[in-house]
Design a binder for this molecule. Structure first.
Ligand SMILES: *Cc1c(COP(=O)(O)O)cnc(C)c1O
Length: 422
């Protein structure tokens, strides 16, 4: 907000596409080279054909509105398919229900709304009773957002040395007004999956809702497990898990905006839905917070999932895992650097006991790699997708040089993270 901006006047209009597209390209000339793997987040690339199919399906349904499922039964059937795929992937029991939303934050809001109302119904309390949410320190700020909007207190538990939440610390924060516990699969900052099985036992013991935030990795993590990685299970197979959020537009490799949220039972799903019947147009119901939704997002997800399928996701998991291992080995081979956690999926986070990581990040930025940082512990962070494979050698070489420059004392300074802490 530093330099005051002169307000752009409402345009006269009439500019042809050639002119507009040229100006848009000019405006975006300094955007990050996401396709070239220079940004640590925001873009999820699997391979060319999947990318093109997502784009074509999205554009084919560019004008449709997924709010109007009576008007667009084709889109509705695709949406139901996508949700069925998720129910199967996450071991959901009979009677479970999924909702197609426009993003992780919305999925989380819907789950928290449902958890709040379920708690109020069970504890027989109303709006006068302040409720709290017991979460790992690493949960995504989308929970803070939902808590702020619904007047819920956030209670944050610390981590174990492996950077998964300390379940005993969570236990100590629970009281009669705890409406839900949360675990991440994986958490954004360190890329590890919280001990969901233990959290499930705790939730059952305390009679509390457990939400699993699998927004970033949910649609991919089960395939890591299937190809034999040590990626732990996190889904409805654990009886205390009552809801799961999982974004299609992250490691589901589907076009934005697309996310899903699943409820163990239909009654909970009903609690997240919104109904109104007092305006002149009659009964109104959405399962989402938003009204209008892009039809392209639904069609894009259906097409991408059907193109990829089990075989596509397994082979992508193999390629991603191989790449992550190579990044981790390369980072560990640089004297002074260490991993802050052993990645369960594709998020890496590393730092140093001796080096100023802000200065390292600044060097990396000067070499064309935008930084994502963690604050505690101080470190660099990246969500690796396949666009990061062709630049791996260059990244690691740049990192080695950056570390050497910082060690030699010739490089200092601080940078702002493009995402997260610092
Ligand atoms: C991205 C993310 C979210 C929020 O999702 P949006 O689609 O950005 O709203 C929630 N939780 C985790 C772990 C995430 O990585």
């Amino acid at each position: 907000m530093s330099t005051p901006r002169t307000r752009s006047p409402f345009p006269d209009g009439g500019r042809p596409w050639e002119d507009l597209s040229a100006e848009m390209a000019k405006r975006s000339a300094r955007d990050a080279d996401i396709v070239g793997g220079r940004a640590p987040a925001y873009y999820f690339f699997a391979e060319d054909e999947t990318y093109e199919i997502g784009k074509k399906a999205f554009n084919a349904y560019f004008s449709q509105n997924a709010l109007g499922n009576r008007v667009f039964p084709g889109l509705q059937s695709m949406e139901m398919d996508v949700l069925d795929y998720g129910l199967g992937l996450f071991s959901a029991p009979e009677g479970a229900h999924g909702v197609f939303s426009s993003g992780g934050s919305e999925s989380i809001f819907l789950a928290m709304k449902s958890a709040r109302d379920a708690h109020r119904a069970k504890a027989k309390v109303g709006r006068e009773t302040p409720l709290n949410l017991v979460v790992p320190i690493t949960v995504h700020p989308a929970f803070d957002k939902a808590a702020l909007a619904m007047d819920i207190e956030m209670r944050r538990a610390p981590l174990r040395p492996d950077r998964r939440v300390d379940v005993d610390a969570m236990r100590a924060l629970i009281d009669a007004n705890t409406m839900a516990l949360v675990g991440s699969a994986p958490c954004f900052p360190h890329g590890v999956i919280d001990p969901i099985e233990e959290l499930s036992r705790l939730a059952i013991e305390k009679g509390t809702w457990l939400h699993v935030d699998a927004c970033v990795g949910g649609w991919m993590a089960p395939f890591f497990t299937r190809i034999g990685r040590a990626t732990p299970h996190f889904d409805f197979r654990f009886p205390g898990v009552r809801s799961i959020s999982a974004d299609l537009h992250k490691f589901g490799f589907c076009p934005k905006p697309a996310s899903t949220v699943f409820f163990r039972n239909k009654e909970d799903a009903e609690r997240s839905a919104f109904r109104a019947d007092s305006w002149p147009s009659g009964a109104f119901m959405t399962e989402t917070l938003v009204g209008t939704r892009p039809g392209g997002a639904v069609a894009g997800a259906w097409a991408v999932l059907n193109h990829m399928g089990t075989r596509g996701f397994e082979s992508l998991a193999t390629n991603l895992a191989r790449m992550v291992d190579a990044y981790v080995a390369g980072i560990k081979a640089i004297p002074g650097l260490e991993m802050w956690a052993v990645p369960d999926l594709t998020i890496i986070n590393y730092g140093s006991q001796e080096l100023n990581m802000q200065a390292v990040a600044k060097q990396m930025m000067q070499k064309g790699f935008l930084p994502s940082l963690t604050r505690a512990p101080a470190g660099l962070h990246a969500m690796l997708a396949m666009q990061h494979e062709p630049v791996r050698e260059l990244y690691l070489q740049s990192l080695r040089e950056s570390v050497e420059a910082v060690r030699a004392g010739t490089a200092t300074g601080t940078v702002k993270s493009v995402y997260g802490g610092g």
